[in-house]
Ligand binder design. Structure first.
Ligand SMILES: Nc1ncnc2c1ncn2[C@@H]1O[C@H](COP(=O)(O)OS(=O)(=O)O)[C@@H](OP(=O)(O)O)[C@H]1O
Length: 386
């Protein structure tokens, strides 16, 4: 009899334990939308009842979201543009989420978004939108864009559109961008950079739409660099972030050149493939292309070109910059308590490049020569890139 009681007690205990376990598993499966797909926190795809967040789709987001939402896509560690664009298609506001830019996990969603925020008129009137002057540094990655941003921010007529950096590669809906553009007075410019926009056709169409909305007040800025050096810089950056998987530079170059249409590194460096479409989009007078060597060696000349391009009052001159002893790069000069100082660490950007043989350099040089020739003709310049 006593034995039966003990068995019964064990049964009850067992059943309770099983129920708790089942409940937990069920609960977890309900929350499985917290898993990541395409590097996007799926929390943002859940309905109100599941996670207490609102599913928001802005009018200009693609409509095929639901079919994509159901797919369990494996998260890859390395996301180039194609993947990030796919990711953009299923992005929604809601609880904080994140995206992967390359392998970097970045927070991107505003913490709270009210349903009413969907109403465009909550932000600004049509007339106000037209007051946004935007200057976009559209690339190219590894050509000095970070330093250009540091310098430009010093100009009294430039307003940094902080929240926009890099995000033009994603389609969050046009309001998302417009909302983050600071209001500008007549002679002021909101500035942001988007180094990956250069060869991203989705960015291009998004930017084109924004340009239309702001009354074609968009000016574009690009910095380009000797393609061989840009490739080595690109590889050096990859190497710094991915020490094991990357082949030696010689192999990497061969790999890129045998897959020219899928190599993001080559695409970014074949400048002539993308400039015509940018020029067509904004017209010749709204686009300025600078060259890396000039920017590094005589930043005041490059910055004066930018001022002229934007119709700004002269602010930068040779005296605005400081080259520290044994330093490679100029910085913007400020007055410190005792002496002239740099507004930022000029060595915060710029890596020591990996070694590369002359033969490997020649392979790159030969590959890019015809593209460079076409570019020079297009831009009507000739850089010393050999
Ligand atoms: N102070 C200063 N002045 C002018 N130019 C500078 C400066 N610091 C860095 N650099 C150059 O910028 C290169 C990095 O380019 P980006 O800032 O576009 O890189 S990134 O795309 O944001 O990663 C960087 O490339 P690497 O040296 O190949 O790393 C430099 O050529």
């Amino acid at each position: 009899m006593r034995r039966r009681y003990i068995v019964a007690i064990w049964l009850v205990l067992g059943l309770t334990l099983m129920t708790i376990l089942m409940y937990n598993i069920f609960g977890v499966s309900k929350l499985s939308n917290m898993k990541t797909t395409f590097g996007v926190s799926k929390r943002n795809n859940t309905k109100t009842t599941d996670c207490n967040c609102i599913k928001i789709r802005t009018p200009d987001e693609p409509t095929n979201i639901t079919s994509r939402d159901t797919k369990e896509e494996k998260m890859s560690t390395h996301k180039e543009n194609t993947d990030t664009n796919k990711a953009a298609e299923q992005r929604h506001y809601g609880e904080p989420g994140y995206v992967f830019v390359g392998t970097k996990r970045m927070n991107m969603f505003p913490k709270t978004v009210n349903q009413s925020d969907l109403d465009f008129s909550n932000y600004f009137s049509d007339a106000e939108v037209k007051k946004r002057n935007l200057v976009l540094l559209g690339g190219v990655m590894k050509c000095g864009t970070g330093t250009m941003k540091t310098f430009l921010k010093e100009h009294p007529s430039i307003r940094d559109a902080v929240g926009l950096q890099v995000f033009f590669t994603y389609n969050f809906g046009i309001q998302w961008y417009l909302k983050r553009l600071p209001k500008c007075k007549e002679n002021e410019w909101a500035f942001t950079r988007c180094t990956n926009c250069f060869m991203n056709t989705d960015s291009l169409s998004l930017i084109n739409n924004i340009n239309e909305l702001i009354g074609k007040r968009l000016k574009l800025l690009f910095i380009i660099r000797n393609p061989v050096e840009r490739m080595i810089s690109h590889y050096t950056q990859l190497k710094a972030g991915n020490k094991t998987l990357l082949p030696p530079i010689g192999h990497w170059i061969k790999e890129q050149i045998s897959n020219p249409n899928t190599s993001g590194a080559l695409q970014k460096t074949r400048y002539i493939d993308y400039f015509p479409v940018w020029y067509r989009m904004v017209g010749d007078k709204n686009i300025l292309v600078l060259e890396h060597e000039e920017f590094v060696n005589t930043p005041w000349i490059a910055m004066q070109r930018v001022e002229k391009h934007l119709g700004l009052n002269p602010f930068f001159n040779e005296n605005s910059f400081l080259l520290r002893k044994a330093g490679k790069y100029y910085c913007y000069k400020t007055k410190g308590p005792q002496m002239e100082e740099c507004s930022h660490n000029p060595n915060s950007k710029g890596r020591i490049h990996v070694d590369i043989t002359e033969k490997e350099r020649t392979i790159l040089r030969d590959y890019f020569r015809p593209f460079n020739e076409r570019l020079f003709k297009f831009l009507n310049v000739r850089y010393k890139w050999e």
